[in-house]
Design a protein around this ligand. Structure first.
Ligand SMILES: *[C@@H]1O[C@H](CO)[C@@H](O)[C@H](O)[C@H]1NC(C)=O
Length: 237
């Protein structure tokens, strides 16, 4: 599986490059883990489950990977299968709506979290939203905010980075909602105040992935051939 090899590669990089400390969002503990158990500055090794601890943003209140001490260890195990039902990322059938383009050169490219394409982690960092293959498509919940469940069930919000200096504003996934005027016109994704529905898709070094911007004017990134596209639900369901 492609993602698995990517992940293995990524982790291998962490291990070899930073044998002393794990990098941002890197693994830092868990059964069978023989790599770094501390994190780079600004990140704390956070227990997720017996098989996985991960470097998440923030400084420690309790530092190392085994700190599940807060999980009030009252051994009142009532019945047989009271094991933590929080399984890791794979498994559940995704719910929500896929968002895609219907125009060349990104005909049936799907909106997704760029980090999800290359990192196989318990908790994905926010960052760029991109258009990419259906296999790694995000499944969004649409309202005046647009949300994407993170791997741990928390929500990432689809935002337009209005701080960007040019008229094309990158689409980001963040832990708080800053864009709260999303809407639908039929199956078309728009912002409502003001009404905007032009997006710019720009090629990246990976031909299966395009970066995506909300185009609020006429600027275009220099040196790249971007295309104006609209974004749609893949069905009216
Ligand atoms: C938004 O864009 C500004 C200007 O380019 C940049 O400094 C900032 O880091 C971006 N915000 C995020 C969350 O990426």
């Amino acid at each position: 599986m492609k993602r698995a090899t990517f992940a293995a590669f990524t982790l291998a990089c962490f291990v070899t490059a930073a044998h002393a400390q794990s990098g941002a969002y890197g693994q830092c503990g868990g059964t069978g883990w023989s790599g770094a158990t501390t994190c780079v500055s600004g990140y704390t090794c956070t227990y997720s489950n017996p098989y996985y601890s991960q470097c998440l943003p923030g400084t420690a209140s309790s530092s190392s990977s085994g700190s599940s001490s807060s999980a009030s260890t009252s051994p009142t195990v009532t019945s047989s299968s009271t094991t933590a039902s929080t399984t890791t990322s794979t498994g559940a059938t995704p719910t929500g709506s896929q968002i895609r383009s219907d125009q060349d050169p990104v005909f049936h490219f799907y909106l997704q979290n760029q980090a999800a394409r290359t990192l196989s982690l318990f908790f994905l960092p926010g960052g760029a939203a991109v258009l990419g293959p259906v296999g790694t498509s995000g499944y969004f919940t649409l309202g005046t905010t647009i949300t994407l469940p993170n791997t741990d069930g928390s929500l990432l919000y689809l935002n337009v980075n209005e701080s960007a200096p040019n008229s094309y504003k990158p689409l980001l996934l963040g832990t708080t909602a800053t864009t709260t005027d999303w809407g639908l016109e039929g199956d078309t994704i728009i912002t409502t105040s003001p009404r905007q529905l032009n997006f710019l898709a720009c090629p990246t070094s990976d031909s299966t992935v395009y970066s995506v911007y909300l185009q609020e004017g006429n600027d275009t990134p220099s040196g790249s051939t971007c295309s104006l596209v609209s974004l749609h639900l893949d069905c009216l369901c």
